[in-house]
Design a protein around this ligand. Sequence first.
Ligand code: FAD
Length: 478
Amino acid sequence: MSSHERPPADNRRSTPVPEALDAFADAFGGEVLLPSDEEYDEARRIWNGMIDKRPAVIAYCSGTADVVAAVRFAREHDLPLAVRGGGHNVAGTAVCDDGLVVDLSAMDGVFVDPDARRVRAQGGATLGDVDRETQLFGLATPLGVVSDTGIAGLTLNGGLGHLRREYGLSLDSLTSVELVTADGSVLKASDDENPDLFWAVRGGGGNFGVVTSFEYELHAVGPAVFGLFVWFRGDDVTAALRAFRDYSAGASREASVLPFYATVPELDEFPEDAWGESAVAFLGCYDGSTEDAEAEFEALRTVADPLVDFSGVMAYTELQSMLDEDYPDGLRYYWKSSYVTDLTDEVLDLVVRYGEERPSPLSTVDIWHLGGAISDVAPDETAFWHRDAPFMVTFEANWEAPETDDANVAWARNGLAELREMDVAAGAYGNFPGFGEDPARTLFGDNYDRLVEIKTEYDPENVFRLNQNVVPKTESAR
Ligand code: FAD
């Protein structure tokens, strides 16, 4: 039976014979790692310490030809196929048991064309890789808020960062991609070439192929911006959150703010008498003059006597990496979110209550202010459906001890379940997917049916299934 005739069984689990593996490795440009290799245990680890998967093959690709070879090899041998960009998705879909990992970490090249205001970045680049190069020219494309995160997963599922209200999602600045599809073809997708595929990759996650490079539009940003980072004590949490709600109604697009309920860290920068106490912090960015930024954020910074206020003019790259140390590799994580149409008192009370009940001092409850440029794009213009929600609430469970796994995961799940009972809650964000429990329609809304059509055309055997899966008609019909 040829690979084209083979059914896309759920139980793809054959082990490639050593000769086939040798031939694959010999022709491979990058490195092929097997469980018997010394580096294997390190190589199968990803950012989330909760994930412990044992792939049969880890293929460190050096370029597009390696990606093609890896996709073909996985299909030929009926191996489940996982794609690793930055390895930072909380659900751990960058790795798999008994399958092949297309690892793109060595493909992290970034090429800026300042005159055309474009940057092309390979599929394994991180946010930090891209910002570092684009900021040389005082340019940026909107990415996330932690520099170690991969651009691939971030962009394919949306991309929310400090520039979100001014320039939209990361995928809104995407101008084209190169990708390797399930049959090993190398395609370009843009508004002019394979436009259906381009529509689908902008929000449809990793369902359509391995993206080997992303090209983004660049905007004039930095090199300095105004970073907002002010903390208030626990007694002021409710007043601060209500002040944020009032502020958000008239916020300018140059400003993106994210309040979060947290624990005061035991760091010299914070007063010692407050260490370990509850607090609320406002994290944000203003891309404009200092004077305008001060005016924009005044109401937020003076809502109470701040515990500390780190706000001020800073390098854009400094703002982009300010939180890096808070999310070390190997800690245990479970993050999940819901959009909300209104920050009602009930929503804010829930944020405070779950904030107070956090089983781990490292956990936070976050409110992302959305809207602005994100909502300029119609929900069906790209595959990213949830355009109209002005806010998103995320339960970020972060903890150290494996014996508290259940308590921490339950905390986030229960918070989300209570939120979802409220009329104002809707949908979910693909980049904070918990362990991927939600049906794909929760993410894709009414775009799901068109995604199924495109999936059926480009990946009828559902080779790319380790993601928030869009099931092709061919498979659901079996
Ligand atoms: P990976 O784990 O490598 O990949 C995740 C999935 O994406 C894969 O399973 C695959 O399906 C797909 N994929 C990856 N690479 C490719 C590729 N090249 N081609 C095709 N499919 C691919 N999100 C925000 O929106 N804003 C933030 O500010 C933000 N901050 C974060 C901070 C931290 C510390 C972390 C861990 C995550 C953060 N996220 C944020 C979420 C982040 O966007 C997602 O975790 C995202 O999936 C990470 O991308 P990755 O390439 O590192 O993921």
